[in-house]
Design a protein around this ligand. Structure first.
Ligand code: PCA
Length: 322
């Protein structure tokens, strides 16, 4: 009888803990070995720890569960409770999300962190209105240009097909006289191999992940902005959590955010070295090309302020006042 009681008691404990654990699938868009995805794994481990096992997240990197372009909708509609996406890819729906893709507004990690501090409030308001809650953001290294040839000015870019990853990169490419082709990082190697694109805008990180030295020869650092990926939760799912679980998730998110940003900064020069070691020329852009890009950046900043009204102005004023 005693044995039976013990068995029954332990079965009910088991049942109780299994019933408490919520299993969350988390789609991510970039390679499993990329530091963003590796931090997704770190985040999931921390969440298990800080929620006492209540939330059990499984990471699905490389667009394997939902392609990059589908992740926001999947989380908004509750098909996935949580997911990661480059935030500025939402700018085709709402220009506010372009806050971190304005060329030459914030070009260092320090400036990028300040800009997010300034942008956080208004951006979170827009996300909440879309049924999303941002848990953490993490910057990519500075953005530069990949080509198959030497490029010294916009005249050399004219007529080339360049891969874009959001509305802002498409605008930069068009302003340079090139033709933008929107392609997910996961499909980039294929696009370069088949001639769908002859180059692209990105950090050293994505060039390294996609081994683009097999198809391209030149990288111009420029480093004009540092777009951020972010991890979002469906707002209904978030609101249904008790306060302790929310606090555990947020603590995991805050720690992951800090370590992911530090890793991004630490790796930025290493990526350049890897591109060089694999035969690419990695250099600063010519003064002429830089001046052309700066003019494009100034136009994009002015247009963004116009299209985002009060919220954009609040972000810009807060940033400039820091
Ligand atoms: N890599 C991502 C976005 C920014 C970056 O550095 C990409 O190219 O898709």
């Amino acid at each position: 009888m005693k044995k039976l009681l013990i068995a029954a008691a332990s079965a009910s404990v088991l049942f109780a803990s299994a019933a408490q654990a919520e299993k969350w699938d988390m789609p991510m868009a970039y390679s499993a070995t990329n530091f963003h995805s590796e931090h997704g794994v770190i985040f999931a481990d921390k969440v298990r720890e800080y929620t006492g096992g209540k939330i059990d997240i499984t990471i699905h990197p490389g667009g394997s569960l939902f392609g990059g372009g589908d992740i926001k909708r999947a989380v908004q509609t509750g098909q996935a409770p949580i997911g990661e996406r480059i935030m500025s890819a939402h700018a085709n729906e709402d220009p506010i999300y372009n806050w971190d893709n304005l060329p030459f507004l914030a070009t260092t990690y320090e400036a990028g962190a300040k800009l997010w501090e300034a942008a956080k409030g208004p951006v979170n308001k827009h996300l909440n209105d879309s049924n999303l809650v941002a848990l953490y953001t993490c910057p990519w290294p500075g953005q530069g240009f990949y080509f198959k040839k030497e490029v010294n000015s916009a005249a050399d870019v004219a007529g080339t097909k360049l891969r874009s990853y959001n509305a802002a990169t498409a605008q930069v490419i068009e302003s340079l006289g090139g033709t933008p082709v929107q392609i997910e990082a996961a499909e980039l190697t294929q696009a370069l191999a088949t001639g769908v694109a002859d180059g692209f805008i990105s950090s050293g990180s994505t060039g390294y992940d996609r081994k683009v030295w097999e198809h391209l020869s030149h990288y111009y650092k420029v480093s004009a902005w540092q777009p951020r990926n972010y991890v979002m939760v469906n707002k209904g799912v978030w609101d249904a959590l008790d306060a302790d679980t929310q606090a555990g998730l947020q603590k995991a998110a805050d720690e992951t955010s800090a370590s992911c940003a530090a890793k991004s900064e630490e790796l930025s020069a290493w990526y350049y070295d890897q591109l060089e070691e694999n035969g690419m020329s990695v250099v600063d852009a010519s003064p002429e090309f830089m001046a052309e890009l700066q003019a494009i950046g100034a136009t994009m900043q002015a247009e963004w302020l116009e299209s985002t009204g009060e919220d954009g102005k609040a972000i810009m004023d807060a940033y400039k006042g820091m």
